[in-house]
Design a protein around this ligand. Structure first.
Ligand code: ADE
Length: 227
């Protein structure tokens, strides 16, 4: 799987992919992540990538030429399954979307800034628009990193225990049961006895009931969706 991320702030994306599971996925050759500085594709001598909005109004708008130049260069090198624009007015990312994307190969991710990007970029190049939630961030870089993380961990072989992505919260429209590790008694706060019983079927039953109760209390919408 390959991600080409186009941004005006490449420095912001140096660290998120250099640790833990995302780093391991790249070392194993299961994911490639390339960050492109949009300013390198500016077509004017000031290296600007934004301009005033037609019709007036506050804020700057990202111009079509730099995005078009970078996208067209990438598309001349390989095929892409999706060109994704991270934007608060896109469809909200969830586990189902992450699952859908995890069976595709090549992605271009566009990070917006300022007041937005020229609508023609969205009309002509973008195949999917994704939000990471109903709040506005200063740019699409952190949303892009979140999307990459959610998708890459689903690639078979990325997680050491292949079943662990399948047992994540949300994979079966349920939250996870509580988990505990040593010590079994911390200042009088004991773990549930069942977990020390060694009775695997009973432990699984307890976990299911706990997960169901937690989901009922915190996210009843998930249970309605799964029905
Ligand atoms: N850019 C700014 N805010 C965003 C959000 N919530 N999701 C995706 N991209 C964004």
């Amino acid at each position: 799987m390959r991600f080409d991320i186009i941004t005006v702030l490449p420095g912001l994306l140096e660290s998120p992919f250099a640790h833990s599971i995302l780093q391991r996925a790249q070392k194993k050759g299961l994911a490639e992540i390339h960050v492109h500085n949009l300013r390198d594709y500016s077509t004017n001598k000031h290296k600007s990538v934004d301009d005033y909005p037609y019709g007036g109004g506050s804020g700057m708008v990202m111009m079509i030429e730099p995005f078009a130049a970078c996208i067209e260069k990438l598309k001349a090198e390989r095929d892409y399954d999706e060109v994704i624009f991270l934007t608060p007015d896109g469809e909200t990312l969830n586990q189902g979307i992450a699952n859908q994307l995890s069976i595709k190969q090549n992605f271009i991710l566009l990070c917006g800034h300022y007041k937005g990007i020229d609508q023609r970029i969205r009309d002509l190049f973008v195949t999917r628009e994704i939000s990471i939630g109903d709040y506005v961030l200063s740019g699409g870089e952190l949303p892009a990193a979140i999307l990459v993380d959610a998708v890459v961990r689903l690639i078979p072989g990325v997680l050491s225990d292949e079943t662990s992505a399948l047992s994540d919260s949300f994979q079966d429209d349920m939250l996870d049961a509580p988990v505990y590790t040593r010590p079994a008694d911390w200042r009088g706060n004991k773990i549930p006895d069942i977990l020390l019983s060694g009775n695997t079927p009973e432990i699984e039953k307890w976990r299911f009931e706990q997960a169901l109760e937690r989901t009922r209390q915190r996210r009843p919408d998930l249970l309605e969706r799964g029905e």
